[in-house]
Design a protein around this ligand. Structure first.
Ligand code: MOS
Length: 746
């Protein structure tokens, strides 16, 4: 089904099941410990051996020699795979560094071997007997020292640099100016489930049971890396204990399980120890950001510039933190730039709301600082600079000529937002939170030993859409089974997909069976970029439209007038149970939703306003978050319960980014020092006393037939800055370098 005109009324609008806060359909499996996570897959292949990864002990250089003698002789060892004996390996589309390094080492803890043994403990013990001699080369590990060499770089098709009007002149002439620099830290995804995979070969056919967000990408990259045909790889990932972007692609656990299984001629399981994850896998890159804002005395922005610097391995992408500044606030004169320096730290890549999460962490402090300079309330200042069109939408270079700056034919420099209720989010949030009680003078409110402050920030995150397929089957019991390679990374995909099928086919939720996360099912959008909920359910909608047609045809009824309700198809006076129509053979339909260019005609974005109250201990500088409210406008909310969970999860990660999360860089050796959950701190329940989420009523007919948008990444956007602004309001200390640890407040 092609989706290229705004959606009209359709069966989803009944909202009998969709839009209801139903419990997760996969909840009982998870709460009873029976959900099959990758490292629990004892069942899928008999005689599993265990692989243990050896990570490189240098950040850059070469392996001079490897001595495997002692390791090979250790008890239980079956095979050791290194770059020397692995055979020729390709490189996937999505990983920057090789997943099995050697002889060249590209980053610290890059895998250099996998030791396969009968038991996990034997593999681990033998892995420590692998002797590697390195020749260390000098790398570049300090972003702040490397910005001079930075180059502007585009990010997933978004221009590296943009300019509208004349920023320099108009900033210089602005009566009120801010010029400030901010930094955000390297961050680790820290999802609850570490990386793990079971690999089994059946002849030349490989199956990977793994933890992964994007099944089709990963199957393709496994095939590409191993040099085998794509149809020889099956990837199964039915349950995933969080991903946040770290599991978007093939990682070393899956590849080394496959290589280990090939060498040992046995199924092999590789579970990555937590302490290997920050350096071996991916992280969110640190940023340095310079923001300049000029405004007239009435608080209208006249000039705004946002420049961002981040680092990555050669050929790695940027953390494009300036991107949202092209669309969030009005202002005639503007410039943005995303620049990147080559660093020899581990691979940087997408983490929940890449670009916007660190970008808004800086921009929304800058807006707070600017409001103070203007003597304006920070909510009023933001409302005064709202825009209903995108102020800075650069033309994309013609695709056949990357050098060309010629705009594409349909390019609109100022497309309208399909929906933009940012102002409404602020107004409602301010009322609900009691914003009028905020003392605009910082450091004046005391509650016992606590200095109390309130902070606010805007959230914006684009609504991306992706082609997504599904297969639906109606059986003689009247059950509907949905199959799709869509994943559920804790987001609620199983649940919203079940709701969609139930709504479309007029059956109770209990009569829908959802099977996900397997490459033998139709290719979906997968879970990433907060596109999963809307796009995957739209794919199920498309398949169900076909199934409705097939059912009506078999029943001898006109699909145009047929009603699907109460487990029956009804037209005129005739009413037939769906199971009866399906008969013994059942009825199967498959389709995919494909998106036209509605998201170019209309800028589809999601919006929110964060309100935070903190207390800062007047003596120790310890910050405690006291309450948080997010008001969100994100299209139709398919399930308020799972959507709320996504938003509070994002808000919680925002608190982490604001107050505690930081991969500490050893700038001599080029590694992240704090590589486990003892050293890398994330918020826990005790850190988050009260969170509230309000969704505004919104349907977006340009987004999909579901009229929904993403929420999975919106909640983190702006949350860190709201905390930072509350800390400033509490203390009068303006910290521009995240995380805001207590030493920076004293
Ligand atoms: Mo997301 S960072 O695209 O999983």
């Amino acid at each position: 089904m092609k989706f290229d005109t705004p959606a009209t009324s359709n069966p989803i609008d009944q909202l009998k099941v969709v839009g209801k806060a139903v419990d997760r359909v996969d909840g009982p499996l998870k709460t009873t410990g029976t959900a099959a996570y990758a490292n629990d897959r004892h069942d899928v292949a008999a005689n599993q051996a265990h692989g243990y990864i050896v990570g490189a002990a240098i950040a850059k250089g070469r392996i001079v020699s490897m001595d495997l003698t002692s390791a090979r002789a250790a008890p239980g060892v079956l095979a050791i795979v290194t770059a020397e004996n692995a055979g020729k390996l390709g490189k996937g589309t999505f990983n920057t560094a090789h997943l099995l390094g050697g002889p060249d080492i590209q980053h610290y803890h890059q895998a250099v071997a996998v030791v396969v043994a009968e038991t996990f403990e034997q593999a681990r013990a033998a892995a420590h007997l692998v002797r590697v001699e390195y020749a260390r080369a000098q790398g570049v590990y300090d972003l702040a020292a490397a910005t001079d060499s930075a180059k502007p770089v585009e990010s997933n098709g978004a221009a590296a640099e943009t300019a509208v009007g004349d920023f320099t002149v108009n900033f210089a002439q602005a009566p009120v100016q801010l010029d400030a620099s901010y930094s955000t830290a390297d961050e680790s995804h820290s999802m609850i489930e570490p990386f793990a995979s079971v690999a089994a070969w059946n002849g030349d056919q490989l199956t990977l049971w793994t933890a992964n967000q994007m099944i089709a990408w990963t199957a393709a990259d496994a095939a590409k890396t191993l040099g085998i045909p794509a149809d020889k790889v099956r990837v199964a990932s039915p349950f995933i204990g969080g991903g946040f972007g770290a599991k978007l692609w093939l990682r070393a656990d899956a590849l080394l399980a496959a290589l280990g299984a090939r060498a040992a001629r046995r199924p092999v399981r590789v579970a990555m120890p937590r302490a290997l994850i920050p350096n071996n896998t991916v992280h969110r890159a640190a940023t340095i950001q310079r923001i300049r804002i000029g405004a007239d005395r009435d608080g209208k922005i006249t000039a705004i510039a946002h420049e961002s610097w981040s680092g990555n391995l050669p050929e790695g992408g940027p953390e494009a933190a300036a991107i949202q500044t092209r669309s969030l606030y009005a202002g005639p004169h503007r410039m943005t730039a995303n620049r990147i320096s080559v660093l020899d730290l581990p691979e940087a890549n997408a983490m929940r709301a890449p670009n916007e999460a660190p970008g808004l962490a800086a921009l929304e402090i800058a807006m707070d600082e600017m409001a103070e300079k203007l003597g304006m309330d920070p909510v009023a200042f933001r409302i005064a600079n709202d825009t209903q069109v995108v102020p800075d939408n650069p033309a994309k270079p013609a695709s056949n000529d990357p050098q060309s700056k010629a705009p594409t034919e349909k390019h609109n420099p100022h497309p309208p937002f399909s929906q933009r209720q940012l102002v409404e989010c602020f107004r409602l949030g301010a009322r609900r939170f009691g914003w009028d009680k905020r003392n605009p003078l910082p450091g004046r409110v005391r509650d016992g030993r606590w200095l109390v402050g309130l902070g606010v920030a805007a959230a914006i995150r684009d609504n991306l859409v992706m082609k997504s397929g599904a297969r639906v089957r109606l059986d003689r019991r009247g059950f509907v089974t949905v199959e799709s390679d869509m994943t559920d990374i804790g987001t609620g995909s199983y649940t919203v997909i079940a709701q969609t099928a139930a709504e479309m086919m007029g059956v109770r939720l209990e009569r829908v069976v959802v099977k996900l996360g397997d490459s033998t099912y139709p290719i979906s959008c997968g879970s990433g970029g907060q596109w999963g909920g809307n796009s995957s359910t739209a794919g199920v909608y498309a398949a169900c439209m076909k199934l409705r047609e097939a059912v009506a045809q078999k029943a001898g009824l006109a699909v145009g007038t047929a009603v699907f309700a109460n487990g029956q198809i009804r037209a005129g006076s005739r009413s037939i149970p769906l199971g009866e129509v399906a008969g013994d053979q059942g009825i199967v339909a498959e389709d995919a939703i494909e998106f036209g260019d509605l998201n170019k005609q209309f800028q589809q974005a999601t919006f929110g306003a964060h309100f935070v109250e903190v207390g800062v201990d007047a003596a120790t500088g310890e910050t405690r978050v006291r309450r948080m409210l997010a008001v969100c406008a994100a299209g139709r909310i398919l399930n308020p319960k799972t959507a709320r969970s996504q938003v509070i999860g994002g808000m919680t990660m925002g608190v982490g980014a604001a107050l505690m999360e930081e991969l500490a860089v050893d700038k001599r050796l080029g590694l992240f020092v704090n590589h486990d959950l003892a050293g890398y701190e994330v918020p826990v329940h005790a850190d988050i006393p009260h969170q509230e989420v309000i969704f505004l009523d919104e349907v977006d007919p340009t987004s999909s037939p579901m009229k929904a948008k993403g929420v999975g990444e919106l909640g983190i956007c702006g949350a860190a800055a709201a905390v930072a602004n509350a800390v400033y309001n509490a203390t009068g200390v303006r910290v521009r370098d995240y995380p805001i640890t207590l030493d920076k407040l004293l």
